[in-house]
Design a protein around this ligand. Structure first.
Ligand SMILES: [Zn+2]
Length: 490
């Protein structure tokens, strides 16, 4: 899964000009003549020197073909473990299936605070090699970019978290909390070998107060940073099935009980229905902050959407449904009818027809009540309305915006990217849901990417996936700071 480009289109078209100062310079190498304590207080890894090493690990990880399915994360997991072994960092493989291990490594703190978990997943989505200019597992460097499957999903996070662990150990940073590294298998569609396995079978190995994982990212427009999206919450996927039943008959004699007709009406009603708009802390903050960095016309809409039960809110919603559908989805539990089936020959009235709805519930939605509401909207005794089978996600609370874990991110978004942090509720589902359900506060982060890259076919899951080398390095520095600021002994 990835990412976070909801407002991208709006920004690209509006050509909002935001003054952009350069990122904070990083020119404070570790001063070896200091005593150990002074070094720890003032020292900073020598990032200039670490860029080569960062690139080496990044390319090595990209060159493992971990396409999922089938996954085959083993060589990548062994690579990561060997890197940790060389540095004396205890690391262990946990595998439900021998070829698909997860890797856990832990740096011990003094136990004053509960641990911090940092995550990257090692599997990637499949490729069509014919579509790639550079072979998808070559990790080719060209013109300041690195090309390859996984460059932005998720071997960027995997590399950053690996580098942070290595430097924490080398700098001997005293920690108030354990820092736990997790390289997950199976994030791209086989979570049973990955996060579900770790949560169900080995939770004590990864139990933490906070986690930083994928799901966020910094958006650049025209080469300029515009905002940082940090994932703090996500919707919960459900399937609802509508099944219409009637009596089969001869097509020459139309019947009012025809299930195709009943089902079509039901789908039409459900699609036209607008479930109540409900904002939460994340989406409220998101729209307020987005308004502050948008053109006057856009800003008005983003503010209007915050006024409950108003005409202005309804107008903004209408605009979103037409022009910014991801924003419309963020306002409510959404329904998209995605499968429709019924009938098998032209002269037969079928006895059954069925539709499947992709439902993305707001985190506070009551599923049973929502199902009842759908039944009322359909309002047809010939149409059965019930939940269908689906890999859903557990119910989860927001990651708190007033928590230390979020404040540390905001401060470092300012330090490294000099931009606004937009807390975001993902409309899709990620592995963080399993951890949030355990009470962990999880935040999705990621490097800066160009908004123009997606439509050109360079984004996550597309062909020619790529990342700017300079943004990989900046992301590693950012990741170092969020981990150190949250975990360093105070
Ligand atoms: Zn991913």
């Amino acid at each position: 899964m990835r990412r976070w480009i909801y407002v991208a289109a709006a920004f690209a078209s509006a050509a909002v000009a935001i003054a952009q100062a350069p990122a904070a310079p990083f020119d404070s190498p570790l001063i070896l003549s200091l005593s150990k304590d002074e070094t720890l207080a003032q020292g900073e890894p020598d990032w200039g020197k670490l860029e080569d090493e960062t690139m080496r690990h990044y390319q090595a990880l990209l060159r493992f073909d971990t396409s999922d399915p089938p996954g085959r994360e083993l060589p990548a997991a062994e690579y990561v473990k060997q890197v940790f072994d060389r540095e004396g960092i205890p690391a262990q493989l946990f595998a439900l299936e021998p070829n698909r291990p997860n890797v856990v490594a832990r740096l011990k703190g003094n136990g004053r605070k509960r641990p911090l978990l940092i995550i990257g997943h090692s599997d990637v989505v499949n490729v069509d090699p014919a579509k790639w200019k550079f072979p998808p597992f070559s990790a080719t460097r060209d013109g300041g970019w690195v090309y390859g499957r996984g460059t932005v999903d998720d071997k960027d996070n995997l590399t950053a978290t690996l580098m942070v662990m290595l430097e924490l150990k080398r700098q001997n940073v005293p920690l108030d909390r354990d820092v736990i590294f997790l390289s997950e298998a199976g994030e791209e569609g086989s979570t049973r070998v990955g996060i579900q396995y770790m949560v169900d079978q080995h939770y004590p190995e990864i139990d933490a107060e906070y986690c930083y994982a994928e799901g966020g990212g910094v958006t650049r427009v025209g080469g300029q940073v515009k905002y940082a999206g940090i994932a703090t919450l996500e919707k919960i996927p459900y399937a609802i099935e509508l099944t219409a039943k009637g009596v089969a008959g001869h097509g020459s004699v139309p019947l009012r009980s025809n299930p195709i007709v009943h089902l079509s009406n039901a789908v039409g009603k459900v699609a036209a229905w607008k479930p109540d708009i409900r904002l939460n802390e994340t989406t409220g903050t998101y729209f307020r902050r987005l308004a502050a960095i948008s053109s006057p016309e856009q800003a008005e809409r983003y503010r209007n959407v915050l006024v409950p039960n108003s005409k202005a809110q309804a107008d903004a919603d209408e605009y979103f449904l037409d022009n910014e559908p991801a924003h419309a989805s963020m306002l409510r539990t959404s329904i998209s009818p995605n499968i429709l089936g019924g009938g098998y020959r032209v002269n037969v009235i079928p006895s059954e027809a069925k539709a499947t709805l992709d439902v993305r519930m707001l985190p506070d939605e009551d599923p049973a009540k929502f199902l009842e509401a759908v039944r009322n909207v359909v309002n047809d005794p010939a149409v059965d309305v019930r939940f269908g089978g689906r890999d859903t996600r557990p119910k989860q609370p927001d990651a708190r915006l007033d928590s230390e874990g979020f404040k540390v991110i905001e401060a470092n978004v300012t330090k490294h990217y000099n931009t606004t942090t937009l807390p975001s509720m993902l409309t899709g589902a990620t592995d963080m849901a399993y951890l949030r359900a355990k009470g962990m506060q999880c935040f999705g982060v990621g490097p800066a990417m160009d908004v123009e890259d997606g439509p050109k076919g360079f984004g996550a899951h597309s062909d020619q996936e790529r990342l700017l080398e300079s943004e990989l390095f900046r992301f590693v520095r950012f990741h170092w700071d969020i981990v150190v600021d949250l975990a360093r002994a105070k």
